[in-house]
Design a protein around this ligand. Structure first.
Ligand SMILES: Nc1nc2c(c(=O)[nH]1)N[C@H]1C(S)=C(S)[C@@H](COP(=O)(O)OP(=O)(O)OC[C@H]3O[C@@H](n4cnc5c(=O)[nH]c(N)nc54)[C@H](O)[C@@H]3O)O[C@H]1N2
Ligand SMILES: Nc1nc2c(c(=O)[nH]1)N[C@H]1C(S)=C(S)[C@@H](COP(=O)(O)OP(=O)(O)OC[C@H]3O[C@@H](n4cnc5c(=O)[nH]c(N)nc54)[C@H](O)[C@@H]3O)O[C@H]1N2
Ligand SMILES: [Mo]
Length: 762
């Protein structure tokens, strides 16, 4: 690792840096050949679905259908390094607590099942049979409502279906998922607006679109394969209008590392034709401004008897509440819009004009919209804007949330949800002859509250790093230690394992890239991508250890141990032959998964039914709904934008991480090397607050709720972002997030708008 240093951010995303970075990462994990071989099968038909992001997988893949970060994720999983039984004999957990997130995971793959031993404070090897029997014995006498079953969005459709069924048989809907911290604002917002909880576009729409609106998503780092689709759109001259407080490299320009001509000539494509550095939390205001400009253009069109700007036909036939929405937009004045968005009327009018000339528009978005107090309204405002010109149910148009984990959308599709109304409970009752619980389960924020107040006793994790990903780190760590039972099914060691309950198990599993051999032969799994397409995935690499079980096998054996007398599901048969689980999925969801077994290998995947494409709306009133926001800002309780007073902190990901997995300490695109302990701040705010670039500061949360939350020793780093805001890395900044500071309807932690003050480090 290099010493901390900083350079001017510059140069396009992609480019030679990517190629060099890929070979370096394979060497670092000691897998130059194994890694290269696996990468050739990444995101290919009959290969494996990348374990990094969820972006769509093309029917006509490039020879190397992966990005630098996807390669990093692959290398990280099939690394030659091991955190084996010997490693755990050498280190107590109290000692491991002082290790960084990077150091813990960088030890390599877990190899054997383990149980925490109180006498030696170590994880010691235990047999699978013993571990699962003991876990079942812990769970059987518990009130089912006091156990929480978390899933991080990576597990396959097959494992997820099994897991959700097991939890409902156990007796609760306590099935929170990483999407509770992520795109839940999307699922809630889109359902109310247009009657589906997921995006409506597929890759083909990118070939037909005339204009792209891009809100709060860092494509260069978090879904780099999408840069190819954006680059192709740009080559057709399509405008891309971006709203993001930070100038993100990947959104500015891109060199395709897989195009020799571009690489040799250093040619780069300008990605964003317009880059609006909206204030964090300013998107509702910005979109209101765009809508207002559209109404004004439409008024002019009416006055001059020219073609209407609004798609009146679409609005009248398909939507509801346009009058209320028009009234809201018209009565909001430009001065407020400018103040809350940080953008000028003229720049918004110019972008509205471009939007008004396009026939088919896609609205793309990520965490910049969802992780706010009014995250749901953020999403709904983008839908409102699209609907004004009929940009739904038309080729080349639609809404495109960029999902995070590689199967996070799919897990929700097959029953992982705390909301009983979203699960086919009657069907489950009919198929498996039990009475599924009807009461709402705990979501992520509610689970945290239960862990802090002691009402949650057991926490079972199918992947992920819950303790590090959630808000309120200090109280959560204390609550976590008080849990009776923690069970983690994982590939690598992380903080949620090192800190643990009174009884604790760490169960190592196969990763998706590994060959999965069961009694009936090699198994494959399947995932759903961000565009609602389902793909089969076949492991390629030899397993990291002989003792590993697949996630499906672990869940099946655990279920069989918890319900020894249950005869309606043959868990063992399912775990021996995953096609039986796919048949069960097909029976449970016949309209989504017909001919699942054969169609999963279709190039490009098979698409789930999407009624919006036919302009059918599964909302309560069978219309697409215009929904007015409650407020012009996404963060009403932190409306603070003067140079004195609190700043608004938004947390972001670096180029060297996947969520809490820190591959390395560099953030190449932002010019930060060898450290993550930085706070990005504008030149104006540095001098306005009497600091200098490079000063070390303590960051303190500024809300008077009696809890002191701080993070020390962050280095101020001058960056191009709006006055009044600062940015820092997730998860280092999570101790600053109050648990109650979450989106109102979706309960997604508002990680993009935390009020903070800074003081010089003593
Ligand atoms: N390599 C890599 N890939 C990943 C991940 C990873 O950590 N590493 N994580 C995966 C997961 S789980 C997810 S959910 C996705 C996350 O991918 P993103 O949705 O890109 O999430 P963030 O990195 O949090 O970045 C959000 C972007 O929003 C901007 N932003 C912040 N506040 C605002 C605002 O108020 N308005 C607007 N318009 N923009 C704002 C930030 O500057 C940043 O560019 O990526 C997935 N893919
Ligand atoms: N401040 C702040 N907090 C945030 C966010 C933010 O933007 N800002 N983003 C939120 C978002 S969008 C998300 S999705 C969450 C992420 O929360 P999580 O999904 O819980 O966290 P990850 O970091 O993705 O989990 C990493 C761990 O997963 C395990 N793992 C990896 N691969 C596998 C596998 O194949 N099987 C199993 N069983 N385990 C595996 C490894 O042990 C690894 O340590 O964090 C949220 N928290
Ligand atoms: Mo996410």
């Amino acid at each position: 690792m290099s010493k901390p240093h900083f350079v001017e951010p510059g140069g396009p995303a992609g480019g030679w840096g990517s190629v060099k970075a890929v070979s370096t990462v394979l060497l670092k994990e000691h897998i130059p050949f194994k890694g290269a071989k696996a990468l050739a099968a990444q995101n290919k038909v009959n290969g494996f679905a990348c374990v990094s992001c969820a972006w769509a997988k093309s029917a006509k893949p490039h020879p190397f259908e992966f990005c630098e970060n996807g390669a990093m994720a692959t290398a990280w999983e099939i690394t030659a390094k091991r955190a084996d039984a010997d490693f755990f004999k050498q280190h107590t957990l109290s000692e491991l607590e002082s290790w960084s997130d990077h150091e813990l995971e960088a030890r390599g793959r877990l190899t054997v099942p383990m149980r925490w031993d109180a006498a030696t404070d170590r994880y010691l090897e235990v047999s699978w049979e013993q571990a699962l029997k003991e876990i079942a014995q812990e769970l059987q006498p518990l009130d089912p409502k006091s156990a929480v079953w978390y899933t991080s969005g990576r597990a396959s459709l097959e494992t997820s279906y099994l897991y959700a069924l097991m939890v409902r048989m156990y007796g609760s809907n306590n099935l929170p998922d990483s999407s509770n911290m992520c795109h839940e604002s999307t699922s809630v917002g889109l359902q109310e607006s247009i009657g589906v909880g997921v995006g409506t576009v597929v890759l083909k729409d990118f070939e037909q679109t005339d204009c792209i609106l891009f809100f709060g998503q860092n494509v260069g780092t978090n879904s780099p394969r999408m840069l190819h689709d954006l680059q192709d759109a740009r080559k057709r001259g399509i405008p891309i209008i971006t709203f993001n407080p930070l100038r993100e490299r990947g959104l500015v320009s891109f060199t395709n590392p897989q195009s020799p001509v571009q690489m040799l000539t250093g040619q780069e494509t300008v990605i964003s034709t317009h880059y609006h550095q909206v204030k964090p939390g300013g998107d509702i205001a910005a979109i209101t401004g765009l809508c207002k400009a559209l109404f004004e253009l439409d008024d002019l069109a009416i006055a001059s008897n020219s073609d209407r700007i609004l798609d009146i036909d679409f609005i009248q036939t398909h939507t509801s509440e346009i009058e209320a929405f028009a009234a809201y937009v018209r009565q909001t004045d430009w001065q407020n819009i400018e103040q809350e968005s940080g953008l000028t009327r003229s720049e918004l009018e110019e972008s509205a004009r471009i939007y008004s000339q396009a026939k088919a528009v896609i609205g793309i978005f990520g965490m910049g919209l969802t992780q706010h107090r009014n995250g749901v309204h953020n999403v709904q405002m983008l839908v409102n804007l699209l609907m004004l010109r009929g940009n739904l149910g038309r080729p080349g148009a639609g809404i495109c949330p960029v999902r995070g984990h590689s199967n996070v959308q799919g897990q929700r599709t097959v029953g992982i949800t705390e909301k009983p109304e979203l699960a086919p409970l009657d069907k489950l009752a009919e198929l498996y002859h039990f009475e599924p619980p009807r009461e709402k389960g705990l979501n992520t924020v509610e689970s945290c509250a239960g862990i802090i107040d002691g009402s949650v006793k057991a926490f079972i994790s199918l992947g992920g790093n819950f303790l590090r990903a959630v808000p309120e780190t200090n109280q959560m760590e204390a609550g976590w230690r008080n849990l009776r039972l923690t069970v983690n099914i994982a590939t690598k060691l992380n903080r949620s394992h090192v800190i643990h309950g009174e009884v604790a198990y760490l169960l190592p599993c196969l990763g998706r890239i590994e060959v999965d051999r069961q009694a009936t032969g090699e198994q494959t799994v399947s995932v759903e991508d961000s565009t609602g397409c389902m793909h089969g995935s076949r492991g390629q690499a030899e397993p990291a250890s002989e003792a590993l079980l697949s996630e499906t096998q672990i869940v099946a054996r655990l279920a069989a141990a918890i319900f020894p007398d249950q005869k309606n599901v043959d868990w063992h048969a399912w775990a021996a032959d995953y096609s039986l689980i796919r048949q069960a999925i097909e029976k449970t969801y016949p309209s989504i998964f017909p001919d699942f077994e054969s169609r999963q290998w279709q190039p490009g995947g098979f698409r789930r039914p999407m009624p919006v494409v036919n302009r059918e709306w599964n909302t309560s009133n069978k219309k697409a709904n215009f929904i007015c926001p409650d407020d012009l800002t996404a963060d009403p309780d932190t409306r603070i934008f003067e140079t004195e007073g609190p700043l608004r902190l938004f947390t972001i990901r670096s180029d060297g991480q996947f969520n809490t997995t820190v591959y390395h300490l560099d953030d190449r695109f932002r010019g930060v090397y060898g450290t993550r302990k930085v706070l990005f701040i504008s030149e104006e705010d540095i001098s306005g607050h009497g600091f200098k670039d490079g000063d070390l500061v303590t960051v303190t949360t500024a809300c008077n709720d009696g809890v002191v939350r701080k993070v020390e020793n962050l280095r101020l780093t001058t960056y191009d972002l709006p006055i009044g805001s600062v940015a820092g890395y997730f998860p280092e900044c999570n101790p600053l997030m109050p648990l109650w500071h979450h989106a109102k309807k979706s309960m997604v932690p508002a990680a993009k708008s935390i009020p903070v003050t800074l003081s010089l480090q003593a």
